[in-house]
Design a binder for this molecule. Sequence first.
Ligand code: AMP
Length: 315
Amino acid sequence: MSDKKILVSGVKPTGRPHIGNYFGAMKQFVDLQDSYESRIFVANLHALTSIQNASELKEMSQGVVEDYLGIGLDPSKTTLYLQSDVPHVAELAWIFNCLVTMPTLMRAHAFKDAEAKNKEINVGIFDYPILMAADILVHDADVVPVGKDQEQHIEMAREIARKFNGTYGETFKEPKALIIDSVATVPGTDGQKMSKSYNNTIPLFASDEEIEKAIMGIVTDSGQDIPKNVYEIHKLIRSEDDLQKLYRDKKGQYKELKGILIEDLKNFIQPMVKRREEKSGEAQSVITEGGKKMREVVHNKMKEVREKVGLIHHE
Ligand code: AMP
């Protein structure tokens, strides 16, 4: 398609994206869309492991496409598509399933965490790293911008590429995770990793009231000169030089500092909310086009894979 390197990533439609998703991964999608050939998907097959309600999944998936448009992804530069519109990835995941061993998957942090918490683990959750490897490898992706929590999954994708190549001959490129240290794990309002499942998020497309509620709810420890949890979120949107002076001047004045953070966040979020509203009407045609384009792009790769593993390919 072009000489540019290929960038692939996605977001699960399992809840509203938060500023941890944005700074950890989604912002890079926008910042890099001119320099890479970018393919960004809505991970709706992954979401099936936790959402088993059709209308909810459809609505959330459409929502993520609108989010992508809202943050400034430009469909003329970045192909946006639904994971399920490229069914080749499910086929490739099956082929990888037959190569990868159970102990390899049992090493995955996400699986180990779920097991430690005694959660009911469906096979989809266990198999998550395999589907993710298929999502990436089918594109011969060069880079995958993600947060730190996905680092191990990218390492597994590299391992799977090596295993396939070792078994069937050189076929897949080993992708690199693109993780920015300063935002590798964005903390939530309680200081733990910001996560859709911890009730500690600041939604990326929050209303003014939601911003106020989330920031006023930030956990602070009265013994600190600088309220660490407020500062850590503030530094995502303001320079550290600026903030060090501000937090020195307002030492111990938590409420005032939270008020400033609220105003800064509103100024940061409002333009994205506005763009999301303006662009939402385009979402449907954008994903229809994107899916069509991606099916054509991966068709040849899958033809090569089927031949290599011995599945006879009929056009
Ligand atoms: P998900 O919604 O789980 O598909 O996450 C989308 C992207 O956001 C992935 O690349 C995650 O690694 C990233 N991400 C999720 N939570 C955080 C966080 N607290 N800090 C940095 N990146 C994150």
